[in-house]
Design a protein around this ligand. Structure first.
Ligand code: ADP
Ligand SMILES: N[C@@H](CCOP(=O)(O)O)C(=O)O
Length: 328
């Protein structure tokens, strides 16, 4: 659940006074999510999402996120559209936080993705990557390899209280990733958090992608690795290679992966697992007093990291053909 910042009806009415959204009929905090405070607004013009940006979102990055959603929607992607005030601005301030209103998307996120969902998700991710290729703005990924050590140092002392041996496993994996992280693979706009809760489906097809607040400029295949982690493990923590193959095939049907990209998957998947393990670990020890939020389980990503550390190669993820040797 995530509502870190409360909004009174009076504050909201005053905020909405700058918009052409009609009269406020009702609003309520949204239980899902962990990063920002979200509210469902019902006005005489329909339903909208109000987001108050919290700790991990830097105010200076908001123009990037707003422009990106506009760019992707203009290229036919089903993603939220920022709603502008009469003065033409999409960003404001409410209850002491940066705030924006976006359009409400229909659809339902799936808790237990099927093989078909994974295939459709792969295609949607590749479409996002293609649509982002001519996006002119850039944003560094603050949660890529050079951002992991500060997170680890923050949680190191207490890590073994979450799982015995955790600190040692992270230290070894992190050192290897810092030494061998791929830097030459194709780059572009990535979503960076395309978990099942951020994807809506209607009649088996992807009807909407939300939550662009980790989006950044980074390695495209890393975004695929994030999705393999988030979509292709079973509740018993086993990797489902059929789901992995469906996701990779769905992706490659829209944007083929090069030999170098395919060869990098074991490393990219380890990095993706470590990134979510670390942010979950830090959050585990830092739930703000009074916040309506349930922190996510770090040990889920500890198990995933251990799977990736043990794989033999890209075939284990569901690639049918991988090069024996890749030089670039
Ligand atoms: N544009 C939207 N349309 C419909 N529902 C949305 C939209 N944006 C957010 N939501 C709802 O709000 C929840 C939390 O949003 P999300 O952006 O994932 O928050 P957080 O950034 O805190 O993780 C989503 O799971 C979804 O239920
Ligand atoms: N997906 C991340 C946490 C961010 O969650 P979201 O609700 O913003 O999608 C995780 O699972 O650790």
């Amino acid at each position: 659940m995530a509502v870190y910042t409360d909004v009174t009806a009076d504050e909201l009415q005053a905020f909405l006074g700058d918009y052409d959204l009609g009269d406020l009929l009702s609003y309520k905090g949204i239980a899902e999510g962990v990063e920002n405070s979200n509210f469902l607004l019902h006005t005489t013009r329909g339903h909208f999402i109000l987001t108050l940006y919290e700790k991990r979102v830097a105010a200076g990055d908001l123009p990037f996120f707003i422009a990106l959603m506009e760019h992707l929607a203009a290229r036919g992607l089903d993603c939220p559209q920022p709603v502008k005030t009469r003065a033409g601005t999409a960003l404001g301030r409410l209850a002491g936080r940066p705030a924006a209103i976006v359009t409400f998307l229909d659809g339902v996120s799936v808790r237990r993705p099927t093989v078909e969902h994974c295939g459709a998700l792969g295609g949607a991710l590749a479409a996002l990557h293609r649509a982002g290729l001519d996006f002119p703005m850039e944003r560094r990924n603050a949660l890529s390899v050079d951002g992991w050590r500060p997170l680890f140092e923050n949680a190191r002392e207490r890590a073994d209280s979450v799982a015995p041996g955790l600190a040692g496993t992270i230290a070894t994996a992190l050192a290897a990733l810092e030494a061998g992280w791929p830097t030459e693979l194709p780059r572009g706009v990535i979503h960076a958090d395309l978990f099942p809760d951020n994807v809506f489906f209607l009649d088996g097809r992807v009807s909407g992608l939300i939550d662009f607040y980790f989006a950044c400029t980074d390695t495209l295949a890393y975004d695929v690795a994030v999705c393999l982690n988030a979509w292709c493990f079973e509740p018993d923590h086993a990797y489902n290679v059929t789901k992995g193959r469906a996701l990779l095939d769905g992706y490659a049907a829209v944007r083929p992966l090069s030999a170098a990209e395919r060869a990098a998957f074991p490393v990219l998947c380890r990095g993706a697992a470590l990134r979510f393990l670390l942010t979950r670990l830090v959050d585990w020890f830092a739930v703000p007093a009074g916040a309506l939020v349930r922190p996510k389980d770090p040990t889920e990503y500890y198990r995933k990291l251990r799977f990736h550390l043990a794989v033999d190669g890209p075939r284990d993820y569901g690639f049918d053909t991988v090069p024996e040797r890749v030089t670039s």
